[in-house]
Design a binder for this molecule. Structure first.
Ligand code: NAP
Length: 304
């Protein structure tokens, strides 16, 4: 499996991991599917306390060498609640340490400084290795980073797929610039990609895939990876889907093929992202860059 660096941490993670949202209804089958993915090299597993499946994930990863990601829910962003939520997740997952602990969603009713103080404490105590955020706009990521004294935010988990590309309006560039890995959730648009209404896109992906011996889904996942600084975490309950997804990173789309897809997407309607609240937050690139520059200037001044 192809690997990339997580943020600028020096840690290498696979470009394809295993999403787990909605896994849990068929524990034995789900465990089998996750273990298959792990065997096939998708050695990054993403869950969340909100998914209520950490015990099942814990059983699936028992004895496995994987990069484990989970998330604290926004209603647990008070200092003590973050610590307790992490302890609970560790217990359920059957691990002594979480590799990447992410804030699932911003919560403006709790001061971000309080939440980030707890996250830093968790690193100091060895309960988590890296701090990440999810569904954070540029402003929110800057605020969260500025609230920390000792550690860097290494990732932002956001919705990104060939049908929902709002992160391209500035957030993706910000992540590259700040060396935060973008973890693409819903990379198959929750399956909508295969709906009748996107048949024309599926046909193009199928045609391009034929030259590589790959399926439309594999081309769609590979397209995400081709953007750089991105890891994708498709969820699949069926072994067939897991196998297919695991085979999405071992080829490269040519510049011509990427151009064809890009041209097609110019006129193809995007799907409303799950996180549509992000779209208004991602303002015009110029505003974003101006903010970013002010932020970097501030950092430079503080470091002297
Ligand atoms: P997704 O991975 O885009 O799509 C999952 C759907 O696609 C399932 O119905 C799955 O079916 C189907 N599928 C998987 N592989 C396929 C293939 N090769 N061909 C055809 N269909 C395929 O959607 P997601 O679950 O929303 O996103 C992935 C992960 O991202 C989640 O599981 C979760 O870990 C994370 N996530 C995070 C957030 C957040 O707020 N941070 C939000 C949403 C998701 P089967 O299951 O039947 O195989």
């Amino acid at each position: 499996m192809k690997m990339i660096e997580l943020g600028d941490s020096g840690e290498k993670i696979p470009v394809l991991g295993l999403g787990t949202w909605k896994l849990g209804a068929d524990p034995e089958g789900n465990i089998e599917a996750l273990r298959l993915g792990i065997r096939l090299g998708m050695r990054l597993v993403d869950t969340a306390e909100m998914y209520a499946n950490e015990e099942i994930v814990g059983r699936a990863i028992e004895g496995q060498e994987i990069f484990l990601c989970t998330k604290v829910s926004p209603d647990h962003f008070r200092y003590d609640d973050v610590i307790k939520a992490c302890d609970r997740s560790l217990r359920k997952l059957g691990r002594k340490q979480i590799d990447l602990y992410q804030l699932h969603w911003p919560n403006t009713s709790v001061p971000i400084s309080e939440t980030m103080r707890a996250m830093e404490r968790l690193v100091d105590d060895g309960k988590i290795r890296y701090i990440g955020v999810s569904n954070f706009s540029i402003d929110e990521a800057i605020e969260a980073q500025e609230a920390m004294k000792r550690y860097k935010i290494v990732s932002n988990q956001v919705e990104y797929n060939i049908l929902s590309r709002s992160i391209e309006d500035g957030l993706a560039d910000f992540c590259k610039y700040e060396k935060m890995t973008a973890i693409a959730y819903s990379p198959l648009a929750r399956g909508v990609l295969f709906d009748q209404k996107h048949r024309a896109l599926a046909r193009l992906l199928e045609e391009i895939g034929r030259a590589h011996g790959k399926s439309p889904g594999q081309v769609a996942l590979n397209w995400i990876l081709s953007r750089g600084n991105v890891v994708a975490i498709p969820k699949a309950a069926s072994a067939e889907h897991v196998r297919e997804n695991a085979g999405a990173a071992d080829f490269e789309l040519s510049a011509k093929e990427l151009g064809e897809i890009g041209d097609f997407l110019k006129t193809h309607p995007q799907e409303k992202p799950l996180s549509s609240r992000l779209t208004p937050a991602v303002k015009k690139s110029s505003t974003i860059w101006a903010k970013l520059m002010r932020y970097r200037e501030g950092l430079r001044n503080r470091r002297g």
